[in-house]
Design a protein around this ligand. Structure first.
Ligand code: 13P
Length: 255
Protein backbone atom coordinates (compact mmCIF):
# COMPACT_ATOMS: atom_id res chain seq x y z
CA UNK A 1 0.00 0.00 0.00
CA UNK A 2 1.41 3.35 -1.01
CA UNK A 3 0.94 5.86 1.78
CA UNK A 4 2.10 8.74 -0.40
CA UNK A 5 -1.07 8.39 -2.47
CA UNK A 6 -3.09 9.63 0.48
CA UNK A 7 -3.49 13.16 1.68
CA UNK A 8 -1.67 13.74 4.97
CA UNK A 9 -3.81 16.00 7.11
CA UNK A 10 -2.91 17.72 10.36
CA UNK A 11 -5.93 19.31 11.99
CA UNK A 12 -6.09 21.26 15.20
CA UNK A 13 -9.21 20.78 17.30
CA UNK A 14 -9.25 23.82 19.52
CA UNK A 15 -12.28 22.57 21.51
CA UNK A 16 -13.69 25.31 23.80
CA UNK A 17 -10.61 27.50 23.69
CA UNK A 18 -9.82 30.97 22.29
CA UNK A 19 -12.02 34.01 21.88
CA UNK A 20 -12.21 35.58 18.40
CA UNK A 21 -9.33 37.98 19.07
CA UNK A 22 -7.22 35.19 20.55
CA UNK A 23 -8.08 32.99 17.56
CA UNK A 24 -6.82 35.65 15.17
CA UNK A 25 -3.62 35.99 17.17
CA UNK A 26 -2.97 32.23 17.20
CA UNK A 27 -3.68 31.85 13.49
CA UNK A 28 -1.39 34.77 12.65
CA UNK A 29 1.33 32.98 14.60
CA UNK A 30 0.64 29.60 12.95
CA UNK A 31 0.46 30.83 9.34
CA UNK A 32 4.13 31.67 8.69
CA UNK A 33 5.29 28.56 10.56
CA UNK A 34 3.32 26.19 8.32
CA UNK A 35 3.49 28.13 5.05
CA UNK A 36 5.70 25.55 3.34
CA UNK A 37 3.88 22.47 4.70
CA UNK A 38 3.69 19.45 2.47
CA UNK A 39 0.41 18.30 4.02
CA UNK A 40 -3.03 19.75 4.52
CA UNK A 41 -3.29 22.03 7.55
CA UNK A 42 -6.62 22.69 9.24
CA UNK A 43 -7.74 24.57 12.34
CA UNK A 44 -11.12 23.51 13.72
CA UNK A 45 -12.30 26.32 15.93
CA UNK A 46 -15.32 27.31 18.07
CA UNK A 47 -18.33 28.65 16.15
CA UNK A 48 -17.84 32.26 17.21
CA UNK A 49 -14.24 32.21 15.95
CA UNK A 50 -15.07 30.87 12.49
CA UNK A 51 -15.61 34.15 10.63
CA UNK A 52 -12.45 35.69 12.06
CA UNK A 53 -10.53 32.49 11.36
CA UNK A 54 -11.66 32.29 7.72
CA UNK A 55 -10.68 35.92 7.21
CA UNK A 56 -7.32 35.55 8.96
CA UNK A 57 -6.36 32.53 6.85
CA UNK A 58 -7.52 33.84 3.48
CA UNK A 59 -4.78 33.34 0.91
CA UNK A 60 -2.83 31.01 3.20
CA UNK A 61 -2.60 27.21 3.23
CA UNK A 62 -4.49 26.93 6.52
CA UNK A 63 -8.06 25.71 6.14
CA UNK A 64 -10.81 26.22 8.65
CA UNK A 65 -13.16 23.69 10.18
CA UNK A 66 -16.02 23.79 12.69
CA UNK A 67 -16.33 21.43 15.65
CA UNK A 68 -19.85 20.20 14.95
CA UNK A 69 -22.89 20.84 12.76
CA UNK A 70 -26.58 20.01 12.91
CA UNK A 71 -28.22 17.88 10.23
CA UNK A 72 -31.28 20.02 9.62
CA UNK A 73 -31.10 22.92 7.18
CA UNK A 74 -32.93 25.25 9.53
CA UNK A 75 -35.71 25.22 12.09
CA UNK A 76 -36.53 25.09 15.77
CA UNK A 77 -33.23 23.75 17.12
CA UNK A 78 -32.15 26.32 19.68
CA UNK A 79 -28.40 26.60 20.00
CA UNK A 80 -27.62 24.61 16.87
CA UNK A 81 -25.75 25.60 13.69
CA UNK A 82 -26.54 24.41 10.16
CA UNK A 83 -24.35 23.39 7.25
CA UNK A 84 -25.57 26.39 5.24
CA UNK A 85 -24.40 28.76 7.97
CA UNK A 86 -20.93 27.21 7.92
CA UNK A 87 -20.73 27.14 4.14
CA UNK A 88 -21.67 30.78 3.80
CA UNK A 89 -18.74 31.94 5.89
CA UNK A 90 -16.26 29.74 4.04
CA UNK A 91 -15.81 26.79 6.39
CA UNK A 92 -14.45 23.70 4.65
CA UNK A 93 -14.21 20.97 7.30
CA UNK A 94 -16.23 19.87 10.31
CA UNK A 95 -15.32 17.57 13.19
CA UNK A 96 -18.14 15.09 13.86
CA UNK A 97 -18.70 12.49 16.56
CA UNK A 98 -15.88 13.66 18.77
CA UNK A 99 -15.78 11.56 21.92
CA UNK A 100 -16.44 14.66 24.02
CA UNK A 101 -19.70 15.15 22.11
CA UNK A 102 -20.51 11.48 22.57
CA UNK A 103 -19.60 11.46 26.28
CA UNK A 104 -20.99 14.78 27.46
CA UNK A 105 -23.65 15.76 24.95
CA UNK A 106 -25.50 12.57 24.11
CA UNK A 107 -24.09 12.14 20.61
CA UNK A 108 -24.85 8.70 19.19
CA UNK A 109 -23.77 6.87 16.06
CA UNK A 110 -27.18 7.65 14.63
CA UNK A 111 -26.76 11.40 15.07
CA UNK A 112 -23.14 11.26 13.89
CA UNK A 113 -24.40 9.57 10.75
CA UNK A 114 -27.09 12.21 10.22
CA UNK A 115 -24.54 14.99 10.65
CA UNK A 116 -22.10 13.26 8.32
CA UNK A 117 -24.70 12.86 5.59
CA UNK A 118 -25.82 16.47 5.94
CA UNK A 119 -22.26 17.79 5.90
CA UNK A 120 -21.43 15.83 2.75
CA UNK A 121 -24.63 16.91 1.02
CA UNK A 122 -23.72 20.52 1.73
CA UNK A 123 -20.16 20.13 0.44
CA UNK A 124 -18.47 20.21 3.85
CA UNK A 125 -15.74 17.67 4.54
CA UNK A 126 -16.42 15.74 7.75
CA UNK A 127 -13.67 14.52 10.06
CA UNK A 128 -15.51 11.59 11.61
CA UNK A 129 -14.11 10.57 15.00
CA UNK A 130 -14.18 7.02 16.33
CA UNK A 131 -12.47 5.45 19.30
CA UNK A 132 -12.85 3.07 22.20
CA UNK A 133 -13.12 3.78 25.92
CA UNK A 134 -10.43 2.43 28.24
CA UNK A 135 -12.97 -0.05 29.63
CA UNK A 136 -13.72 -1.31 26.15
CA UNK A 137 -10.01 -1.76 25.38
CA UNK A 138 -9.53 -3.61 28.64
CA UNK A 139 -12.43 -5.91 27.76
CA UNK A 140 -10.73 -6.55 24.44
CA UNK A 141 -13.60 -5.26 22.34
CA UNK A 142 -11.75 -2.39 20.61
CA UNK A 143 -12.31 -3.90 17.18
CA UNK A 144 -16.02 -4.52 17.76
CA UNK A 145 -16.48 -0.95 18.97
CA UNK A 146 -14.58 0.56 16.05
CA UNK A 147 -16.25 -1.68 13.46
CA UNK A 148 -19.66 -0.71 14.78
CA UNK A 149 -18.87 3.00 14.79
CA UNK A 150 -17.45 2.94 11.27
CA UNK A 151 -20.41 1.00 9.94
CA UNK A 152 -23.06 3.15 11.62
CA UNK A 153 -21.38 6.55 11.26
CA UNK A 154 -20.82 5.98 7.54
CA UNK A 155 -24.12 4.26 6.85
CA UNK A 156 -25.48 5.31 3.44
CA UNK A 157 -22.36 7.33 2.61
CA UNK A 158 -21.54 6.58 -1.02
CA UNK A 159 -18.11 5.68 -2.34
CA UNK A 160 -18.03 9.04 -4.11
CA UNK A 161 -18.91 10.87 -0.89
CA UNK A 162 -16.30 8.90 1.03
CA UNK A 163 -13.61 10.74 -0.95
CA UNK A 164 -14.47 13.81 1.11
CA UNK A 165 -14.48 12.02 4.45
CA UNK A 166 -11.55 11.99 6.86
CA UNK A 167 -11.58 9.42 9.66
CA UNK A 168 -9.94 10.20 12.99
CA UNK A 169 -9.06 7.37 15.34
CA UNK A 170 -9.08 8.80 18.84
CA UNK A 171 -8.85 6.29 21.66
CA UNK A 172 -10.84 8.02 24.38
CA UNK A 173 -8.34 7.04 27.08
CA UNK A 174 -5.61 8.95 25.24
CA UNK A 175 -7.44 12.27 24.89
CA UNK A 176 -6.12 15.07 27.06
CA UNK A 177 -4.59 12.53 29.42
CA UNK A 178 -0.99 12.69 28.25
CA UNK A 179 -1.35 8.93 27.63
CA UNK A 180 -0.63 8.50 23.94
CA UNK A 181 -1.42 5.25 22.24
CA UNK A 182 1.88 3.72 21.26
CA UNK A 183 2.67 4.04 17.59
CA UNK A 184 2.00 0.32 17.23
CA UNK A 185 -1.40 0.58 18.94
CA UNK A 186 -2.35 3.51 16.71
CA UNK A 187 -1.17 1.66 13.61
CA UNK A 188 -3.05 -1.48 14.58
CA UNK A 189 -6.41 0.27 14.89
CA UNK A 190 -5.87 2.57 11.88
CA UNK A 191 -5.08 -0.52 9.79
CA UNK A 192 -8.22 -2.17 11.16
CA UNK A 193 -10.29 0.86 10.18
CA UNK A 194 -8.84 0.73 6.67
CA UNK A 195 -9.74 -2.96 6.45
CA UNK A 196 -13.31 -2.13 7.49
CA UNK A 197 -13.50 0.49 4.74
CA UNK A 198 -12.25 -2.11 2.26
CA UNK A 199 -15.01 -4.45 3.43
CA UNK A 200 -17.75 -1.83 3.29
CA UNK A 201 -16.59 -0.23 0.03
CA UNK A 202 -13.55 -1.69 -1.73
CA UNK A 203 -9.75 -1.74 -1.54
CA UNK A 204 -9.32 1.32 -3.73
CA UNK A 205 -11.54 3.39 -1.45
CA UNK A 206 -9.70 2.04 1.59
CA UNK A 207 -6.29 2.90 0.13
CA UNK A 208 -7.41 6.45 -0.57
CA UNK A 209 -9.09 7.39 2.71
CA UNK A 210 -7.11 9.57 5.12
CA UNK A 211 -7.05 8.17 8.66
CA UNK A 212 -5.76 10.41 11.42
CA UNK A 213 -4.67 9.52 14.91
CA UNK A 214 -5.68 11.77 17.79
CA UNK A 215 -4.97 11.64 21.51
CA UNK A 216 -2.09 13.46 23.19
CA UNK A 217 -0.21 13.77 19.90
CA UNK A 218 2.49 16.40 20.28
CA UNK A 219 5.76 17.68 18.90
CA UNK A 220 7.62 14.93 20.76
CA UNK A 221 5.72 11.86 19.56
CA UNK A 222 4.36 12.98 16.16
CA UNK A 223 7.31 11.67 14.18
CA UNK A 224 6.89 8.13 15.39
CA UNK A 225 3.09 8.07 15.11
CA UNK A 226 3.07 9.63 11.65
CA UNK A 227 5.80 7.26 10.53
CA UNK A 228 3.31 4.39 10.61
CA UNK A 229 1.96 3.29 7.27
CA UNK A 230 -1.73 3.59 8.16
CA UNK A 231 -1.50 6.80 10.19
CA UNK A 232 -2.02 9.58 7.66
CA UNK A 233 -2.23 12.55 9.94
CA UNK A 234 -3.30 13.83 13.29
CA UNK A 235 -6.21 15.47 15.06
CA UNK A 236 -4.52 17.57 17.69
CA UNK A 237 -6.09 19.02 20.82
CA UNK A 238 -3.84 20.66 23.42
CA UNK A 239 -0.76 20.96 21.22
CA UNK A 240 -2.74 22.78 18.51
CA UNK A 241 -3.13 25.75 20.85
CA UNK A 242 0.60 26.47 20.81
CA UNK A 243 1.78 27.68 17.40
CA UNK A 244 5.29 26.22 17.62
CA UNK A 245 4.08 22.81 18.80
CA UNK A 246 1.39 22.62 16.12
CA UNK A 247 3.90 23.68 13.46
CA UNK A 248 6.34 21.00 14.59
CA UNK A 249 3.63 18.35 14.09
CA UNK A 250 2.86 19.77 10.65
CA UNK A 251 6.56 19.52 9.87
CA UNK A 252 6.64 15.89 10.98
CA UNK A 253 3.73 15.14 8.62
CA UNK A 254 5.46 16.90 5.75
CA UNK A 255 8.41 14.52 5.64
P1 13P B 1 -5.42 16.06 22.96
O1 13P B 1 -4.44 16.22 21.82
O2 13P B 1 -5.50 17.27 23.84
O3 13P B 1 -5.24 14.78 23.69
O4 13P B 1 -6.87 15.98 22.27
C1 13P B 1 -7.06 15.11 21.22
C2 13P B 1 -8.38 15.36 20.63
O5 13P B 1 -9.40 15.10 21.26
C3 13P B 1 -8.45 15.97 19.32
O6 13P B 1 -9.73 15.93 18.81
Amino acid sequence: MDKSKRKAIIAGNWKMNKTPSQAKELLEAIKPLVADADCEVIACVPYVDLAVAVEATQGSNVKIGAENVHWAESGAFTGEISTGMLKEIGVEYVVLGHSERRQYFGETDETVNKRTKAALAAGLKPIVCVGELLWERECDITEEVIARQIKLDLWDVTEEELKNVVIAYEPVWAIGTGKTATADQAEEVCAFIRAQIAKLYNQEAADAVTIQYGGSMNDGNADELLGKVNVDGGLIGGASLVAEKFAAIVKAASK
